[in-house]
Write a protein that binds this ligand. Structure first.
Ligand code: FRU
Length: 486
């Protein structure tokens, strides 16, 4: 087992080297493929190529050799993979179903230049051939990237959503064969003065009683409430050519934590399956400095997605995939109790530093803040409910390592959620790994993902209630066995 300090137990990391965005997430013949932005030569960003891992359940992963390497002409930036069932590309011999990767080729010359390119595989993603006719979509721009492609049944063609980052605009193209692309529409940011756009995704959902609703996700390089980067979401209709958003009061974010970026949904899931996505669990502001070796960067847990409408407003619900339950060891259950003042040890026992899943319930509270403290040595991370703000929060200000000179790292992060009441207690689900915490409140409508780098050692959990009493329901803690990631 890979066992260096801070090496995640239940999150995908490569054995060595730098990793950022997930790319080309796709399921084929019962196998999930996780491609990623990868530097085969070092622990910092550079020489972008597609790394590769496969697995059968979204929990265990087996790393394979680099799938699509940088060459003399281009680096291989982010993109997606489709299963070309009809062999529209002609990349498969008759009767063969090719996998086609659509990615951004970034020219390796000082002035750069980005265009969309193809590579294909006819051996279950093991080997890839770059298309001789690359690039397939070139506007002559310096920045034009991150194509997400899917088959749109109603219009019988491929659809690509891709961004012009500094215009903060998503362009939608159509194609019969993945090789020739026609502009269908453009969707520009309604918000002024924020960071560039990257990594779009356009995901269909069936919303009870309303039919098909689409979610457009783009990553924004600045302007997220964490002070850094994040995943902006819009809900609306998509007719095969144009995305029309519902009117919204303000920006919406998929995750209020600092470390959720470049999320991508899996292609080719079973018909009727809910969408599943995962993201890069870091932030470009400090990603190159995090103190891990000989790798740098990790993926979030894979999350199953759903929508619901509450008081006229659509909510995105996220929950880690149920397959993770397989990792649960014997549950430790603590009875509900009223806690006030300084807080109490949740448990007489301590936990070792592997991963933990915690479910806690706040039935009612008069505290200013209440929740759980995760302590190790003199490090402490707080996760809980802030009554004044009506929000769940993560506070990693005393978590241990922090990037030099970065004031935003330790700022408390909030995600609005409904207040706990005895009739509707607030449920918090936490997945804690050696260097991260992911928090899902309620039914997954409020989510926070944050890195932390505590000292090595055993962990102590405490329920906290500051400034008044809190009624906690039963708390469940599952020590998690490490996933098999090799
Ligand atoms: C997002 C991103 C993408 C780009 C890739 C390069 O993290 O900047 O826009 O394709 O990373 O590694």
């Amino acid at each position: 087992m890979r066992d260096e300090p801070w090496r995640p137990c239940i999150h995908y990391t490569p054995a060595r080297n730098w990793v950022n965005d997930p790319n080309g997430l796709v399921r084929l013949d019962g196998e999930y493929h996780l491609f990623c932005q990868y530097n085969p030569f070092g622990e910092r960003w550079g020489h972008m190529s597609w790394g590769h891992a496969v697995g059968s359940d979204l929990v265990d992963w087996h790393e394979l050799p680099v799938a699509i390497p940088e060459d003399e002409r281009v680096s291989i930036y982010s993109g997606s993979v489709v299963v070309d069932h009809r062999n529209t590309s002609g990349f498969g011999a008759p009767g063969q179903v090719p996998l086609v990767a659509v990615y951004t080729g970034c020219l390796r010359r000082p002035e750069g230049g980005q265009a969309q390119e193809l590579a294909y595989s006819v051996d279950r993603g093991r080997t890839w051939t770059k298309y001789a006719g690359n690039p397939v979509l070139d506007l002559g721009l310096r920045d034009f990237r991150d194509p997400k492609v899917f088959w749109h049944d109603e219009s019988g063609r491929w659809v690509m959503v891709v961004v012009v980052p500094d215009a903060r605009s998503a362009r939608i193209y159509g194609s019969p064969d993945l090789k020739t692309w026609t502009l269908l529409s453009e969707f520009a940011s309604p918000f002024e003065g924020e960071g560039i756009w990257e990594c779009p995704d356009l995901i269909p959902f069936d919303l009870a009683g309303e039919g098909r609703i689409w979610m457009l996700k783009v990553d924004v390089f600045g302007g997220h409430p964490s002070g850094g980067t994040g995943a902006r979401i819009f809900f609306g209709r998509f007719d095969g050519a144009t995305f029309t958003p519902e009117a919204e009061a303000g920006p919406r974010w998929a995750d209020q934590g600092a470390d959720f970026y470049a999320a991508l949904s899996f292609a080719n899931l079973e018909p009727g399956d809910a969408p599943v996505w995962l993201a890069w669990m870091s932030c470009h502001r400090y990603a190159q400095d995090v103190p891990t070796a000989p790798w740098r960067g990790a993926m979030t847990l894979p999350r199953r997605l759903a929508l619901r409408r509450v008081d006229g407003r659509i909510e995105l619900l996220q929950q880690p995939v149920a397959a993770l339950e397989r990792l649960r060891g014997a549950v430790v259950e603590v009875a509900g109790a009223m806690i006030g003042g300084a807080g109490a040890d949740l448990l007489p026992a301590e936990f070792d530093d592997a991963a933990l899943e915690i479910e806690l319930t706040i039935a009612s509270t008069n505290a200013t803040t209440c929740g759980v403290a995760i302590e190790c040595g003199d490090s402490r991370v707080l996760v809980g409910y802030d009554r004044e703000r009506g929000a769940v929060f993560v506070d990693r200000s005393a978590s241990g390592w922090s990037p030099a000179g970065d004031e935003l790292w330790g700022r408390r992060r909030h995600a609005a959620c409904a207040a706990p009441t005895p009739a509707r207690p607030l449920r918090l689900r936490l997945w804690i790994d050696r260097s991260s915490v992911e928090v899902f409140a309620g039914d997954g409508e409020a989510v926070l993902t944050e890195l932390m780098f505590p000292p090595a050692g055993r962990r102590r959990l405490r329920l906290i209630s500051a400034g008044g009493p809190t009624g906690f329901g039963p708390t469940l803690v599952w020590p998690l066995r490490p996933a098999r990631i090799d």
